[in-house]
Design a protein around this ligand. Sequence first.
Ligand code: ZN
Length: 459
Amino acid sequence: MSDCTWLWAPQAWIAGRWQQRVLLQIGADGHWAAMQPDVPAPPQARVLAGPLLPGLVNAHSHAFQRAFAGLAERREGEQDDFWSWRDRMYCVALRIAPEALEAVATQLYAELLQGGYTQVCEFHYLHHAPDGRPYADPLAMSHALLRAAQATGIGLTLLPVLYQRAGFTQPQLREDQRRFATDVQLLLTLRDGIRALRQPRVNAGVAIHSLRAASPEAITRLADALAGDDAPIHIHIAEQTGEVDDCLAATGRRPIEWLAAHVALDARWQLVHATHATPQEIDTVARGGAGVVICPSTEANLGDGLTDLPRWLRAGTVLSLGSDSHVGRAWPAELRLLDYGQRLHLRQRNVSAAPQQGQPSTAAHLFERLRAGGGAAAGFARWGLETGARADWLVLDMRTAGLLGVPPGLALDALVFATDAPAFSEVGVAGRVVVRQGAAQDSAGIAQRFAETLSRLWA
Ligand code: ZN
């Protein structure tokens, strides 16, 4: 019994369904060593008070934007859209030094853990000092994120971003994009530097900001350089119709169409947003095995448009969830918004349910698809409550108002569609409890440093 821990849950989400009276064993390496349903709790097991869920991966984050959440909800002129939001977001990007980024990211990661995410993929493009000059340590800003992950206990997939130009016909960066400047060589140096740290619960892939922000030559050169690497490659794609039009004008192809024609869109590729995709593009992505990262609250906040979710689901695409600009920080609300967007658009209910596949529950079908896809987006071969996967878990607090008296088999449905407050009493990452009674470790101190940092930022 040494070097392992035993948990027992009244029910647990295993292999896409609730199983009852489950005993789970955590190995010394922080991964699940075994799990067995339909057994009574043995004396050595810690008995959990509620149903057990796997943690989800938050597959798309720009941590610094947490400093700005809720502060761009005013329209001063005739029109407000993604591009005017971006100009205001750049003002924040230009102010944040490593210490401030650490305070903001630590608060964010504590909130994400409390919201049911146990791993976050950081699409990280703030590399240089505010004046644009490189820091003495090129990983100075990355270290701020790594310290935040360490302090909270969340897992981190760090994705340094290739960012070279302002647009399809603008080969230079704008002055207010000076902190982002990278080329393929620097990108690989950053990635290798993060890997060399060998920090627990941290892995590194790469990202390309977008087709507008990287040249075709650099994208194909990077794809060649990554030929022997199985880590994830993330890219913003087809978020805005304006971006699709610019891509068509510059290349004669739509963004997903262009990418599929120039690189092998295999399972390493993660297409963030992919909002504006034709049926042909959806089929192309599904055939190659690439993933799509959907960010419902940010896409709604920015007025991006609705993606053809039913078609992505039917095509069998690998799907994951991101909170992107962090106006939302808990996955149950993201799942609700994901289906509500489709309900409003199609004037139907339970659009994401899959009764023909034996899954009539909208929440359960989305959760299961996003669990599996999130693992792929973060570069894990296994993710969830299964032997060999990292031992991450969430304990549902059935005393939450929206869950009171709910039949156990419908807990996921009520969590997603009838619960506003965070409902996880305990969160574990790699075998260790990091949220107790709904609060991340040192959450009060973290919140105070965050509030002080914001006061200084906005002074
Ligand atoms: Zn993004």
